[in-house]
Ligand binder design. Structure first.
Ligand code: CP
Ligand code: NVA
Length: 303
């Protein structure tokens, strides 16, 4: 029996597999005449959500439809999980029906439990420590708008959160030049720096957003208060005051800098309205790329 492959973080792929997956996503998006449009006919994806979502839910669901398959939305309150059925039982029952399980969870060990008991691939659709599907779209977008061949200088400004952590690993896997600026106490974590070192692509880290943004070709930020951190809101707003991506900070970057945000954005907090509405922002392309990148992933894991 072949081992089931899960996608709990971006380094569940080898670097060459990641590069190939991004290339497949671009081919499927830009040259649909060259690919089988419906490789997942009659295949089904279960989508378990412990938290809200706009992009992740819709991009996976429409992605499965485009690929000829079907997706089932299992939000909070609609399964027996809410009434106490263990995740490990849910994983085994769902494995009898569906071809893959996608899950958005509060605690990453929920994904690990699903993966330990499922006999179909489990995909991380965001946990407290990782958002690898977002990283696929981020990298695809950077290659689209700047090009990996241009050896772009990339800056992360803000919280060293789930999005930043997976992004740091993904950049290291592709040998991209990343500087991460976070306030003290909000770093991505030594575990991430160790994992990036395995790819010879350890990012630079700083507590000064200006150092990271200076001459950058790409600047990426995310919310300061992630889902589930609402009780820390006051402390975080005060710690991140200097980290807002506004026109003054962005002026330090390259003239044609591309601004990324995984969305949803909290305008007036981590990014100003004029920056996200500026010609520099590529956030809508980035959001659409969620579907293209995930479609390549789904084909890779299920087909
Ligand atoms: N970026 C992202 O995962 O968005 P949603 O929370 O809307 O899914
Ligand atoms: N860091 C954010 C990302 C949302 C897509 C959160 O976890 O809420």
């Amino acid at each position: 029996m072949t081992e089931v492959r899960h996608f709990l973080d971006v380094d569940d792929l080898e670097p060459d597999e990641l590069a190939d997956l991004l290339a497949q996503a671009a081919i499927r998006r830009d040259h649909p005449d060259r690919v089988n449009p419906t490789p997942l006919t009659r295949r089904t994806l279960a989508m378990l959500f412990e938290k809200p979502s706009t992009r992740t839910r819709v991009s996976f669901e429409t992605g499965m439809t485009r690929l000829g398959g079907h997706a089932i939305f299992l939000g909070p309150d609609v399964t027996q999980l809410d009434r106490g059925e263990p995740l490990k039982d849910t994983a085994r029952a769902l494995s009898g029906y569906v071809d893959a399980i996608m899950a958005r969870v509060f605690a990453h060990d929920h994904l690990e439990e699903l993966a330990a008991y499922a006999s179909v691939p489990v995909i991380n659709a965001l946990s407290d420590v990782a958002h690898p599907c977002q990283t696929l779209a981020d990298l695809l977008t950077i290659d689209d708008v700047v090009g990996f061949d241009a050896d772009p200088q990339i800056a992360w400004v803000g919280d060293g959160n789930n999005v930043a952590r997976s992004f740091a690993v993904g950049c290291a896997m592709l040998g991209l030049d990343l500087t991460i600026a976070t306030p003290p106490g909000y770093e991505v974590g030594d575990d991430i720096l160790d994992r990036t070192a395995a790819f010879d692509g350890r990012p630079c880290t700083t507590t000064d957003p200006r150092t990271a943004v200076s001459e950058a070709d790409v600047v990426y930020t995310d919310v300061w208060v992630s889902m589930g951190q609402e009780d820390d809101r006051a402390a975080k707003l005060s710690s991140f005051e200097e980290f807002q991506l506004d026109t003054e900070l962005l002026a330090m970057a390259a003239d044609d800098v591309a601004v990324l945000h995984c969305l949803p954005a909290h305008r007036g907090e981590e990014i100003t309205d004029d920056v996200i509405e500026s010609e520099h922002a590529v956030v809508w392309r980035q959001a659409e790329n969620r579907m293209h990148a995930q479609n390549a992933l789904l084909i890779d894991l299920i087909d």
